[in-house]
Design a protein around this ligand. Sequence first.
Ligand code: IPE
Ligand code: IPE
Ligand code: MG
Ligand code: MG
Length: 341
Amino acid sequence: MTRANDQTRGALGTAKARLLAAMSATKGLDKIESLIEAKLVSDAELLREIPRYLLTLGGKRMRPVLSLMMARALGQTTPTPALLDVAAGIELIHMATLLHDDIIDRSPLRRHQASPFVKYGLESTLLSGDFLLVRAFSLCARLDSFVIDSTEQACIELTEGEILEVPLDRGEHTIESSITIARKKTASLFWLATRTAAHLSGASPEIVEQCSRFGEKLGIAFQILDDILDVVASEDLLGKKSGIDIREKKPSLVNVLWVRSGSARAKALLSPAPISDDFVAESVTELRSSPVVHEARAMALRYTAEATAALDTIETKAPNVDRASVEHLRTLIEYTLERME
Ligand code: IPE
Ligand code: IPE
Ligand code: MG
Ligand code: MG
């Protein structure tokens, strides 16, 4: 390991440690966990077991954390029942997308264990995802039309994002289309978390828009990092199989930039021939020392800079801002760029 890597590792520990400290100062996460668990009831055993399996495997709870931190930053000292319901609903939607996404991506690992798709099979996992979506709607649809409409919009966008993610050998992709997919499939729930938190905190339309913008830009950066981690992270840290985006010829930002770079190996992503495990391993080795990863990281930085600009506006213009919580949101931005899991 090089000195540069050692230094990066030191910084990583710091961002994560500071995020964990910020999370422990964030009120309401335990309540959200209970709300989620309370929704995992069904007469059908598998509809209880599969979501519970996914829930107990862990996960970062990024989206509820974002909701709670944003509401607190806007002066809500204690999370309201409405905010807790939406935040729990968003995590349930996220869980549903993970169940469906692993079927689509044929992913063997999720949160360090066998993916629900591999453990329980396609049919039951698919239906469990549908079940979670309906349970989530029962939480979000209790609230006002702003929350209902925003939830609908986010869910439509994430479905569009997943369906637009046609493999590189079957569809035309550009940097722009790759970012659109990231925005739709991933940033939509970050957008929803910050937007509904602002609305439920009684923020003005201008502040609601800035909060939505913050969530969206952070979400795009989060997905770009996920694409980078697919090739640079160790499977042990990531808890997911690496190189899936290569094997599945996904239009991830890294893959699109790799094809554009003119790499001879990257041409295989454009051909219909299946990708072997050896090819994935060789590709990962090539990409780890290629400028492509730096290029992708530079793009992620541009999105986090936009998220930071939105947060600066919120801090300046929103009344009753809690500066400590704004700092927590800044830590979330840093963690997004530095995370290894
Ligand atoms: C994984 O999301 C799917 C993406 C949008 C990249 P997370 O990285 O938030 O997954 P968990 O919830 O922590 O497992
Ligand atoms: C995540 O995309 C999008 C979702 C809506 C779940 P990925 O396919 O890159 O997520 P991982 O890498 O499987 O977690
Ligand atoms: Mg996937
Ligand atoms: Mg991924």
